[in-house]
Design a protein around this ligand. Structure first.
Ligand SMILES: [Zn+2]
Length: 247
């Protein structure tokens, strides 16, 4: 049997509206010495604590785009780390402008607490297509089709000889093919079942393209209420909060 050495814990796989009571997007990737969050939506801190994951268990946070259900939890995670006198470095990896946005959010939400001054936070930015080499893992971002001002990206992550790909939020784009090529796990948004909504995928259009994907395992995320009602008709694995995947 092949050894599974990367754990992906689904802290939240809901949409922006908490449909079905699901938490906002947050995936905890634990590859032994390398542990990070992929997205950190507004509800992430209580979600992490439900699973006993503390700030010290997180070395980095990767943000796919600047929407609150994907990065609104970062100020809370950092505040929590500051309160617990974290001394380890935390990396926050995002599209261009992450440091400015997160500093502004902290100032609005917790004025005067000087969270960033108390922590060792390293802000890193990725650009589309370039590979960002990190400590024991790497990241490649792809431009996807979503609200442009949120700087939307899909992410292709290599860690412990495994590839984990994540669509971020997006309408159909052929970029999903290189993004997820031969990936061990591809987490793909599928916000809707049949509704055509700009900036998101629906299952019926994704289903038509399934034969063209080369990933080894695809799982769907980010469901609206109609999609949640239709899961019996969906022939791709679907995420739910709290589950663990082994890659
Ligand atoms: Zn979004």
């Amino acid at each position: 049997m092949e050894m599974s050495n990367v754990q992906v814990k689904i802290i939240g796989c809901g949409d922006a509206f908490g449909s079905g009571g699901r938490l906002n997007t947050c995936f905890y990737v634990n590859a032994g010495p390398v542990r990070f969050l992929v997205d950190c939506g507004a509800t992430s801190l209580p979600g992490l604590k439900q699973h006993g994951i503390n700030a010290d268990d997180i070395d980095a946070i990767v943000i796919s785009h600047f929407h609150g259900d994907h990065y609104g939890g970062v100020p809370f995670v950092l505040l929590d780390a500051a309160i617990h006198s974290r001394t380890k470095k935390m990396q926050v990896i995002s599209p261009v402008g992450g440091q400015r946005r997160i500093a502004a959010l902290l100032d609005l939400l917790y004025p005067g607490t000087e969270v960033l001054e108390k922590l060792d936070v390293e802000f890193l930015e990725y650009g589309a297509n370039e590979v960002l080499n990190l400590e024991g893992w790497s990241l490649q971002a792809f431009d996807v089709l979503h609200s442009e001002r949120a700087l939307p990206h899909g992410l292709r992550i290599e860690v412990a000889d495994k590839v984990i790909a994540y669509s971020g939020d997006t309408s159909w784009t052929d970029a999903l093919f290189p993004l997820s090529a031969d990936a061990d796990l591809f987490i793909c948004e599928c916000n809707f079942f049949d509704l055509q909504v700009k900036g998101h995928l629906n299952y019926l259009e994704l289903e038509k393209r399934l034969p063209e994907f080369s990933c080894k395992r695809m799982v769907l995320t980010h469901f609206d209420p109609q999609m949640l009602d239709m899961l019996d008709e969906v022939h791709v694995e679907c995420l739910s909060d709290g589950i663990e995947l082994f890659v």
